[in-house]
Each structure stands twice: as structure tokens, then as C-alpha cells.
Design a protein around this ligand. Sequence first.
Ligand SMILES: C[S@@+](CC[C@H](N)C(=O)[O-])C[C@H]1O[C@@H](n2cnc3c(N)ncnc32)[C@H](O)[C@@H]1O
Length: 223
Amino acid sequence: MPLKLIQTGDGSHTLFVYELNEHYHSTFGAVNESRHIFINAGFNYFKNITEQINILELGFGTGLNAFLTLFEARKNKQKVNYTAIEPYPLDKDIFPKLNYFDFIKDKNAEKIFLRLHQNNWNKHAEISKDFFLLKINSKIEDVILESDKYHLVYFDAFAPEVQPELWTEQIFQKVYNSMRNNGVLVTYSAKGMVKRNMISAGLEVEKLPGPKGKREFIRAVKK
Ligand SMILES: C[S@@+](CC[C@H](N)C(=O)[O-])C[C@H]1O[C@@H](n2cnc3c(N)ncnc32)[C@H](O)[C@@H]1O
């Protein structure tokens, strides 16, 4: 799949997919978007509440969310079991070109970022003392998810306009079943259709102010 590396508004990279006419992240700022939605509204929801947190990510892609989560978890003294689903792994030549480690002040940031990508698919890996990763090379549609497992879901598929089949009641129901009670799902889309399908799947939905370039995003809770 031909891709183009581009710089977003905050200086961090993203990828443009010609075939879909779609970016992996907000062009206003990839790192800024990930921090605002996935880390601050998602991961930090569990700060001082849960010491060991199970995360499910839909769409591993560049690994940006996993990377930022690892360092945030260190700060919060939390342990993370991170399961990421990705049917279309990126070419390994692309990772060293991404500049995400410039946004983390840690001498091992680059090494850790690359480690997220070096470990094998479908195998558990210890990325650091407190961060365990399982990358599943499959579509969400085809994965069997354990029930009542995840505290937190990063729902980071391509936009509903591009991949409508992933933002359905059926997929949200599947994700809902995999979440614990009081588990949280965060996603960058706040479309009416997305919200309605989440509610039909049983989630309680709230809209929060978005990062630069986005009015709102969704945080949903399994009650
Ligand atoms: C918007 S990108 C975000 C990727 C990643 N979270 C990141 O920060 O780079 C969407 C990702 O979803 C993946 N994807 C596409 N179809 C999928 C499917 N059926 N199930 C799970 N992931 C899928 C894409 O390959 C891509 O990596």
C-alpha cells in the first residue's frame, strides 16, 4: 500500500494512505491528538485507580498510542497489558523514519519505540518491566476477544467515512463484551452514527472537547 510520510501541525509525523485518501492521525498534530484523546481522556482516567491495566487497541499502525502509553504508565507507576489488533502491518523500513521518540525525554525512547515493532506478531512480549505487548495480526472482525477483560479500549480505526464496517453496532457490541464493567472506550470520532451505534451496543457515551482541529471526540463507558 503506497504511503507518504508527512509532518503534522505539532511537528510529529503521520502517514498518508493514497488508496484511502486518509491519514493515520490528525494533520493538526499526531502526538497532540494521541495525548489528548487516548492518553489524557483514556489512560489517565485510570490514574490512581488501577495499578494494572488491560488495554485493547483497534489499529496498531505506527504504534504511537502504545509508545505514549508506555511512558505515561511509567510516570503513573502502572503496569500495562497491551493487546493491539492490526491486519495490515506497516513495512518495517518505515518505523526508524517516524520521529515520535523526539517527543519523549528519555534516552531509551528510540530503542523502546523500535522494540514495539521488532517483536513478533501473535506472541506475548515484554517491552519493558511494566509493559507487555501482544500484537494480533488480524482484522477485528475475525478476532475472538476474551470477555470482561479490558479496562480501556483505544478505538483507532480509519474514519467512519472510509471504513464504515468498523463503526457498527455489531463491532461495538463485540468490543463491549470484551470490556470490564466501568471499562472505558475512547475514539477520535464524534459522528452521530458512531454515537448511536455505541449506545445501541450498551455503552454510555459522552462527548468531550477535542484536540486542535477537532470539535469533539467520544469517551464511552460500560456501566
Ligand atoms: C487511523 S489508523 C491508526 C493507527 C494507529 N493507532 C496509529 O496511531 O498509528 C487505523 C489503523 O487501523 C487498521 N485497520 C484497518 N482495518 C482494520 C480492521 N479490520 N481491524 C483492525 N484494524 C484495522 C489500519 O491498518 C490502521 O493501522
